[in-house]
Design a binder for this molecule. Structure first.
Ligand SMILES: [Zn+2]
Length: 155
């Protein structure tokens, strides 16, 4: 099965970030207009996620979100597409690139380098990730969403 690609509407930046935390291939750019989103979705066979009924109506497999609550939005998506536990925090949250294990250099503070054994690097935007408290909290929340998605799918 080819990997799912989500194309997230411009107002939903936080949701896009969380879909990346969960490991979904997620295209999001602030300022994309409806025509661009639709064109990309057709060209790359992506699933549009939006709160805009009109936009979603233009591509039948789009996901129309009916709530502004982030958790409810995530769960309604996981209700349709299950998350892969092994892919949690495998993508850059800023640019969606798949992260690689790396030895940190340059912009990572020395005390962080001393303190952690594992680092991941985004080759595209140069950002480093390490299992600090913010990371761990995201991972915990992502795991809860993952468990919820399993529960939903087995209903
Ligand atoms: Zn990046």
């Amino acid at each position: 099965m080819p990997e799912i690609l989500f194309i997230v509407d411009t107002m939903l930046g936080t949701l896009a970030k969380w879909l990346r935390v969960l490991g979904f291939d997620t295209l999001y750019e602030a300022g994309m207009d409806d025509d661009t989103i639709l064109q990309l979705a057709i060209q790359d066979e992506g699933i549009i996620i939006s709160r805009d009924r009109e936009l979603c109506g233009r591509k039948p497999d789009s996901i129309l979100l009916r709530t502004t609550d982030l958790d409810e939005q995530i769960i309604s998506i996981l209700n349709i597409y299950s998350a892969d536990k092994n892919k949690i925090l495998s993508r850059c949250l800023d640019c969606n690139t798949v992260l690689e294990i790396a030895v940190p250099e340059g912009n990572v503070p020395e005390d962080i380098i001393q303190h952690y054994d594992e680092f991941w690097h985004c080759e595209d935007c140069g950002k480093y990730y390490w299992p600090g408290s913010h990371y761990e909290n995201m991972k915990k929340k992502a795991n809860i969403f993952h468990l919820l998605s399993l529960a939903i799918l087995s209903l």
